[in-house]
Design a protein around this ligand. Structure first.
Ligand SMILES: [Zn+2]
Length: 410
């Protein structure tokens, strides 16, 4: 089949994105050798530092390999008319647009999961294992993949079906209805993800009575933060890496602490981490992020509605019979430079918000325990102490450790 200009535009987008990301990885990797800033010299001792740098080099090489592989597969699929072949196969099974879309996307998702599974397996059972992070068993690993797949099929399949129904019923206004549906799903997930989805993968128990809970409650009362739900999650069954996060709002707001965090940090440090999370809430970051993601979704759907009927979008991925499902894939690929830019903007804002949350913790609690907790967490996660600024700009949702510490000590 004749390739259109947009087909080559997609190829260029994919290759340029790959090259930019590889350049960033390369710049970042070149700084693995640089000297650790004075304030961070107590994070690792000499031997641990070597181990942490080795871990980064291993991940760098592995990342280049898997990114290169996925680029090659995608390009080959496009150039060898893979989408056209898949479309014909789909059409031979059904002529119902919803069934076709489900089969078309289903096969793409299954195919790419099969191709990426060995990489994910190697990452967990060779790299993470070698550096002592991995706690997951092979059984748990496959069970996780299976559950995630079933969930994705149920949620993704229903959302896609409704999406096409709206398209059939309402024509050009379908984006508005899809947006309303997306808003309901996003809000619902924000409120109930921890209650409904997390239990499928982890056990969560309310933080038990004791001095830690008292310390947290004392702090929450001090800043006028109503907190009913503090949960401890068994993150240790998969990894030694520690974390804490905030979710929901209103009465559904909850703080989730990893059991690994409780083991690694002192009580004062845990309260400091919590104060940072409360800072995100009090500074309205949670609501802001929710509103922005709703607006971005609406904007994307609106732009999609302008192009979805254009047969050129299906042709752009080499599919000769225009359809909603082929148009959707063509659109996602052509739109990806714009999503990269919105991603950059979101990361930039997120780093600003991290400083604000740190400042909140400093003002309402204390800076020192937050500094020591961040150091401990960086040490345990073998974090990069000297990332390249361009890499930080593109990829980091949190400022590098040194900047956070300088801000906390200022
Ligand atoms: Zn934060």
């Amino acid at each position: 089949m004749e390739k259109t200009t947009l087909f080559y535009v997609i190829i260029v987008i994919l290759v340029v994105q790959y090259l930019i990301h590889q350049l960033l990885e390369y710049l970042n990797a070149k700084r693995f050798e640089s000297e650790v800033p004075k304030e961070l010299q107590d994070v690792f001792d000499g031997e641990e530092y070597q181990k942490s740098q080795q871990y980064k080099r291993t991940n760098y090489r592995f990342g280049s390999l898997s990114d290169g592989f996925s680029l090659l597969v995608t390009l080959a699929f496009l150039l060898l008319n893979g989408f056209e072949w898949l479309d014909q196969l789909t059409r031979s099974l059904s002529d119902n647009p919803i069934v076709m879309a489900l089969v078309f996307f289903g096969l793409i998702v299954v195919g790419s999961s099969i191709l990426s599974a060995p990489f994910s397996y190697y990452q967990t059972f060779v790299i993470e294992e070698q550096y002592g992070f991995n706690k997951t068993t092979k059984k748990l690993f496959f069970l996780d993949k299976l559950k995630a797949g079933v969930l994705a099929a149920i949620f993704g399949g229903s959302i896609l079906s409704l999406f096409i129904l709206f398209y059939q019923w309402t024509g050009p206004n379908f984006w508005l209805y899809t947006w309303i549906m997306a808003a309901v799903v996003i809000l619902f997930m924000n409120l109930f993800y921890s209650k409904l989805i997390v239990p499928l993968f982890n056990k969560q128990t309310p933080l038990s009575e004791g001095s830690l809970k008292e310390a947290i409650e004392r702090y929450a009362k001090h800043v006028g933060f109503e907190l009913q739900n503090i949960f401890v999650i068994d993150g240790s069954k998969r990894s030694t890496k520690a974390n804490a996060y905030f979710s929901g709002f209103g009465r559904e707001k909850r703080i989730t602490l990893f059991d690994t965090l409780i083991n690694d940090l002192s009580e004062e440090e845990i309260v400091a981490v919590l104060a940072h999370e409360v800072g995100h809430y009090k500074r309205k970051h949670i609501i802001f992020n929710l509103v922005v993601s709703l607006l971005l979704t609406g904007l994307t759907l609106f732009i999609l509605s302008l192009f979805i009927n254009n047969p050129q979008i299906s042709l752009a991925i080499g599919v000769s019979t225009p359809s909603f499902h082929a148009g959707l894939i063509g659109f996602v690929l052509l739109y990806s430079p714009i999503s990269e830019i919105t991603g950059l903007a979101m990361n930039y804002l997120s780093r600003k918000f991290e400083f604000q949350a740190d400042n909140y913790a400093k003002m309402t609690f204390a800076a020192t325990p937050l500094v020591t907790s961040l150091k401990k967490l960086s040490k345990n996660n073998l974090s990069n102490l000297t990332p390249h600024p361009a890499y930080v700009f593109v990829h980091y949702s949190h400022p590098p450790l040194i900047e956070r510490i300088r801000n906390l000590k200022a």
